[in-house]
Design a protein around this ligand. Structure first.
Ligand code: MD6
Ligand code: FE
Length: 216
């Protein structure tokens, strides 16, 4: 039924061929997007998105929160996963069943059967914010992929290689797009360029990114 959304597009973009282990599923989350955004708004009341301090003393430009059994946090002591929100002392909001189903379906499309995420990082980008090149390496098991859902304003996703200095490829991501990322690319450097001014009907002047992980 959704075959036409994927045929021939998942492994190449205007930027070229994606590295092994990375699969773009254009529009895969479009049908669920209104529900996802409603849930994000509800979660923002329980566990407000906030900038996090890095071990180096800088602050993220992006506002971050989580849902799931554990959530990704950063402060002067380092990066890690925690079962409670340090802002409230309460557990993170639960990972909603439709979110879990979406992540599992996307992973399966990309060839990762039995993906069972226990954490979802919810990033709120305002115009002018960005995410510098980084590796996702705070999870216990790198055999599990990451499923990333983009909502709202478009952005240019960057990804490079196993070292910070490797060449970087640029991939435009739009509302409803999903990227599944694993295997040989799992620890590759990546980031997003500065969010350009704009207004999206679903999110206004923002982009929301959900990244599902198996953290523990
Ligand atoms: C973002 N995403 O798209 C930031 N990490 O806003 C990530 O940092 C990311 O999309 C690992 C795998 C997929 C991702
Ligand atoms: Fe990342």
């Amino acid at each position: 039924m959704m075959e036409d959304l994927f045929s021939g597009t998942q492994e190449s973009t205007a930027a070229g061929t994606l590295p092994a282990g990375v699969m773009l599923l254009p529009g895969f989350a479009l049908a669920l997007a209104p529900q996802l955004l409603e849930d994000v708004a509800r979660m923002a009341i329980a566990s407000p998105p906030r900038r996090m301090q890095t071990p180096g003393g800088h602050w993220t430009s992006v506002n971050m929160s989580n849902c799931g059994e554990v959530g990704w946090v950063s402060d002067r002591r380092g990066y890690r996963y925690e079962a409670t929100d340090p802002l409230t002392g309460e557990p993170w909001p639960a990972l909603p069943a439709p979110w879990l189903a979406l992540a599992k379906q996307a992973a399966e499309h990309a060839g990762f059967a039995d993906f069972m995420p226990d954490a979802c990082l919810v990033n709120h980008y305002a115009v002018g914010t960005r995410m510098g090149l980084h590796q996702d390496r705070d999870e216990r098991d790198f055999s599990a992929p990451i499923v990333s859902v983009s909502l709202g304003l478009p952005v240019v996703f960057q990804f490079g290689g196993a070292t910070r200095s490797a060449p970087v490829m640029r991939i435009p991501l739009e509302h409803g797009d999903v990227i599944v990322w694993g295997g040989p690319a799992r620890r590759h450097y990546h980031g997003v360029l500065t969010l350009k001014p704009g207004v999206h009907p679903a999110t206004g002047a923002h982009r929301i990114n959900l990244t599902f992980r198996k953290a523990q």
